[in-house]
Every structure is written in C-alpha cells, then in structure tokens.
Ligand binder design. Structure first.
Ligand code: 3PG
Length: 214
C-alpha cells in the first residue's frame, strides 16, 4: 500500500469530479479543503480535464487524482499534469505499466474474480469495484474479498450517504468514490458553498460510520 493509497483510506471518500470549465478547478478544490476533504478524482470526460488537473494540482494541500484513464496515453498525460493517483473504469495493462514506472498508484475498475485476479497478478493491491451498486453492491465485495484477502476495494458507482455504511461493513473497503459530494451541476453553477457543506457532511458520515463499526 503506497502513502497515497493510505491517504485515500484515511479520507474514506473520494469525490468523483466532472469539470467543464478549468476556471472552476481551484474554487472547487478550495471548497473541498474547507469542507475537510482535500481530495478529488478529476475524470477525463471533458476536453478541459487535463487543464483542470493541472490547476487543481497547484492548490496546496490537495490530493488530486485522474479518473477515466483508459489507456497508456491518458496515464502519461495525467501524470504529467500532476495527478498523484489514477483511476480507470476497467483494467488496462498498458496504463498499469505506465503508472508503475512512474510509481503512481493506479486503481483499475474490476467486478469479476478474473479481473481482480489479473490486477493482483499485475502487483496491484487496491482495485475499484465498479459499477458497485449494479455489480452486486456490498454483498459482492464481501464475497470477493473473502478470496482476495490482501486486496483493498474502492467501490464506486451508485454510492451515496444512504449506502456508504453497507460498504464500510466490509473490512476490505476503507474508501469509496462518488459524485454526490461535488456533482457536475453544482460545479457548473459555481455553488461551491453547497459543495463545501456536502464535503463536511461526508467527513462526518465517514467518522460516525467508523465509530459505529469499531
Ligand atoms: C463515476 O466514475 O462517475 C463514478 O462511478 C461515480 O458514480 P456515481 O455518480 O454513481 O457516484
């Protein structure tokens, strides 16, 4: 487990970001920092995503990752832009190789035992479980983690305040991803106050859930 992965586990939730205007990157990061959740996975789903990653990476105290990394080129570009961790919707060996050469953690999307086993054989010990709710949810993660005992799971896709605790009840889950904290609409509307509030609520929920499970 790398230091970055340890930080992700400490945060407990990672806001998944779609950003349409790079000028929103810094205020978004500031809102997350002010909300006590200085981490973001900025997805490569918009033309300005690389620029947004660069700008977000300039914000002190922010842990910035890149999401929707589909191939080796994306991996190289996002690392050059300053991403400190990479997330993919699926498992792509070339992207994994690029990340490993740069000593940057890449968390690939997996849902099946075969995919998780491939990731394990690439030397990875943290995988995204995606799309989590559609792929069997917390029950599926529990079943898979019973076999892959040294694998950490990062469920994403359909996670919200309502079901976060279900995932946390699996010891192999210490961090989840989701768009509910900073949805595209709030970013585009410049409603950073609401994003700060949602970040604060998410931090509180993570703390309470961990206390209840300990
Ligand atoms: C994504 O990559 O968009 C994540 O899976 C977020 O999913 P969510 O919008 O269901 O949180």
């Amino acid at each position: 487990m790398t230091e970055i992965q340890k930080s992700l586990k400490d945060f407990g939730v990672v806001p998944v970001i779609v950003i349409e205007d790079p000028k929103d990157a810094k205020p978004l990061c500031q809102a997350l920092i002010d909300g006590g959740l200085p981490v973001a996975e900025i997805t490569l789903r918009t033309d300005c995503a690389l620029e947004a990653i660069t700008k977000a990476s300039e914000v002190d105290g922010m842990l910035v990752g890149a999401g929707t990394v589909l191939n080796a080129t994306h991996a190289k570009q996002t690392i050059e832009a300053g991403a400190q961790f990479l997330v993919s919707p699926g498992l792509d060996k070339d992207s994994v190789c690029v990340a490993q050469k740069s000593a940057i953690p890449l968390i690939p999307g997996t849902t099946t035992a075969t995919e998780i086993q491939m990731a394990w054989n690439y030397g990875l010990r943290m995988v995204k479980f995606f799309p989590a709710e559609l792929s069997g949810g917390a029950k599926a993660v529990k079943g898979l983690s019973a076999v892959f005992r040294d694998m950490q799971f990062f469920p994403t896709g359909g996670i919200s305040e309502a079901n976060l605790a279900d995932y946390y009840s699996c010891p192999a889950v210490q961090v989840c991803g989701g768009s509910w904290i900073a949805p595209e609409k709030l970013i585009a509307a410049g409603d950073f106050g609401k994003i700060e509030k949602r970040a604060k609520d998410a931090v509180t929920l993570v703390q309470k859930t961990r206390e209840a499970l300990s």
